[in-house]
Ligand binder design. Structure first.
Ligand SMILES: [Fe+2]
Ligand SMILES: [Fe+2]
Length: 265
């Protein structure tokens, strides 16, 4: 019988995006049906395997994307989002594989497997839409800054939760509604529909991040708000960018008194 860490590492070390997504789905299904016997102790790689394309560039070298009736700008937007989702599959698997010694309840693994599975779904939905627009993932360069947060917090689960779901994924909640509105304004309802699915799921991912952040703080007798603010100051360069989507953040149980103190007002 396979172990959860071995299965998560098999996702991380698969360089093929479709293969990665397929493995994430199979891992979640096998866990749900009791076909994964234990956590095991297979160590995750420092960096996940990546395909030869897209070419990875520095964030500042990325082409600008304008959402209009032409295909190029929308393709570039969806391509950038597909790259984020591919990284998100790996981020969820890295959380599953990196911290087995924390002794967390099975609900923790259930939650992060759900995240891994949904990120795989998001990647495949975007890849399908890129195909409908006449290309595929890998056609454009992508930026290489996304794994940095994972490496910076590889030694500390609390810091990982503070930054990845509660800063980066929460930022996704702030910016996605405007993207959906722009896509609808140019009658790209198929792309808007994909982003609506992603948006709804991502509220859940921020909520999962917050649930386990609070759980660890409670276990250690730490104040969640002060601990979060300290960890974000230490591990996230720069300030948080308003305007915030307070409604969605509140649905994810992330109240304004957590993040407004760190905002670039
Ligand atoms: Fe996602
Ligand atoms: Fe997510």
């Amino acid at each position: 019988m396979s172990t959860l860490t071995a299965r998560a590492v098999a996702v991380l070390t698969d360089a093929d995006p479709a293969g990665k997504a397929k493995r994430a789905h199979a891992m979640a299904a096998d866990w749900a049906q009791g076909r994964i016997g234990s956590l095991g102790d297979t160590r995750p790689p420092t960096r996940p395997a990546r395909p030869e394309r897209p070419q990875l560039k520095r964030p500042g070298d990325m082409p600008k994307r304008k959402i209009n009736r032409g295909t190029a700008g929308r393709f570039a937007l969806l391509h950038a989002l597909a790259h984020i989702e591919l990284n998100a599959i790996d981020l969820a698997c890295d959380i599953l594989a990196r911290f087995p010694e924390q002794g967390l309840p099975n609900a923790f693994h259930d939650d992060w497997l759900r995240v891994a599975e949904e990120e795989a779904k998001h990647f495949l939905l975007l890849e399908e839409r890129l195909g409908e627009l006449g290309g595929s993932y890998g056609d454009l360069p992508a930026h290489d800054g996304l794994w940095q947060a994972a490496e910076d917090t590889a030694g500390d689960l609390l810091a990982r939760l503070a930054v990845v779901p509660l800063v980066l994924e929460a930022r996704g909640l702030d910016v996605t509604p405007a993207m959906i509105a722009k896509l609808k304004a140019v009658d790209d309802h198929r792309s808007a529909g994909v982003l609506e699915i992603i948006y709804r799921d991502e509220v859940g991912h921020v909520a999962i991040g917050k649930r386990w952040f609070d759980h660890l703080c409670q276990r250690d007798g730490a104040d969640p708000r002060r601990t979060w603010q300290d960890l974000v100051r230490r591990h996230f360069k720069g300030q948080l960018k308003p305007p915030f989507n307070e409604d969605a953040r509140r649905q994810a149980n992330l109240p304004p008194d957590f993040y407004t103190a760190l905002a670039d007002l």
